[in-house]
Design a protein around this ligand. Structure first.
Ligand code: HEM
Ligand code: HEM
Length: 152
């Protein structure tokens, strides 16, 4: 939580949407996972924001605005570009940073812990789905490319 007002927890749908928009403004330009959203998924942010806002409103505020089926788009994505542990770890860092910047309280904590559970569940389910092999993979599961002059 930053700013000079007292820390507040997530209270309503508008707070969920603010959180989601702040997350994407950070994530779409992220050097590690941004390309998955912009280049691979070609995310339509204005179509996506209401759905993901409903997801969080359902998880955090017991709304019933989200209909389910969250795993499927990730399975489709994985078939195009293998989603690795390191990608999910990065996603969780960006999510946690955004939550902490804007909110503080029980629901803010739940937003972080539920994301961790979903991320582990997705990662486990993706393991049985075929995906393209990327370039060489370093410890931590992210692709490493070589830049600069070839020094032999
Ligand atoms: C406040 C109560 C909770 C609500 C309203 C809630 C809501 C949801 C929703 C809407 C989804 C997406 C489901 C889909 O799209 O098919 C989900 C997924 C998930 N939740 Fe929760 N959740 C709650 C508590 C919990 C708790 C206590 C746990 C574990 C201890 C948990 C673990 C998971 C996992 C692992 C997934 C991913 C499932 C998958 O697709 O593989 N949730 N939850
Ligand atoms: C590497 C990690 C991840 C990537 C690259 C990723 C990417 C995406 C993309 C591109 C979509 C939009 C699909 C579309 O509408 O075109 C999406 C949807 C979604 N993602 Fe993720 N995601 C990641 C991790 C997570 C995690 C950890 C959660 C857990 C909270 C999550 C929850 C959702 C939900 C709820 C949707 C909406 C599905 C629907 O339309 O009903 N994602 N994700």
């Amino acid at each position: 939580m930053i700013g000079d007002s007292a820390p507040v927890d997530i209270r309503n749908r508008a707070d969920c949407e603010r959180l989601v928009r702040a997350f994407y403004s950070r994530t779409l330009t992220d050097p590690v996972i941004g390309f998955i959203f912009t280049d691979v998924a070609k995310l339509d942010l204005e179509a996506h924001v209401p759905r993901i806002t409903s997801f969080w409103e359902t998880v955090l505020l017991s709304a019933r605005s989200y209909g389910g089926g969250a795993f499927r788009p990730h399975a489709e994505l994985h078939a195009k570009v293998r989603l690795r542990r390191g990608h999910f770890e990065r996603w969780l860092v960006l999510w946690g940073t955004t939550v902490d910047e804007l909110f503080e309280g029980e629901l803010a904590e739940l937003a972080k812990s539920h994301a961790e559970r979903v991320a582990s569940a997705f990662l486990a389910r993706l393991a049985s789905i075929p995906a393209p092999d990327g370039p060489a993979v370093a410890a931590g599961g992210l692709a490493v490319t070589h830049h600069g002059p070839d020094l032999g």
